[in-house]
Ligand binder design. Structure first.
Ligand code: ZN
Length: 120
């Protein structure tokens, strides 16, 4: 498992966002003020994830896939979404577009979901 931060005598650098801090509290608590995370909490999550096998296929109903696409499209508009998480969301939406390839009306709903002006 890769560490999510580097700590030196001069400060702490977050490997998630690149933010560095020389604040003694941040250094002592292994905290990133940009991500608002305690690295030791994050390390526990990463350890748990690394111990798991990949999740098997999920048989989502078509309407559930479309709902998830809409949720992901909304989430992708959040300014704090990282590049890696954005790529995951985009991959899911692209897979859904392939799944709905024979459904032009559904594809149009998904296309409109990419446009924030279509948000209700
Ligand atoms: Zn950070």
């Amino acid at each position: 498992m890769t560490a999510t931060y580097t700590l030196t005598d001069h400060g702490i650098t977050c490997h998630l966002c690149g933010f560095s801090s020389a604040n003694p509290n941040d250094m002592r608590e292994r905290y990133c003020g940009h991500c608002h995370v305690f690295h030791e909490d994050l390390d526990i999550v990463l350890r748990e994830l690394s111990a798991l096998e990949p999740m098997g296929p999920i048989g989502y109903r078509p309407e559930t896939v479309l709902q998830l696409v809409g949720l992901i499209q909304l989430a992708l508009r959040h300014p704090a979404v990282t590049q890696a998480i954005r790529a995951t969301g985009v991959r899911f939406i692209e897979a859904a577009r392939e799944y709905f390839a024979a459904c032009p009306a559904v594809l149009d709903v998904i296309r409109r979901g990419d446009d924030a002006r279509e948000d209700l």
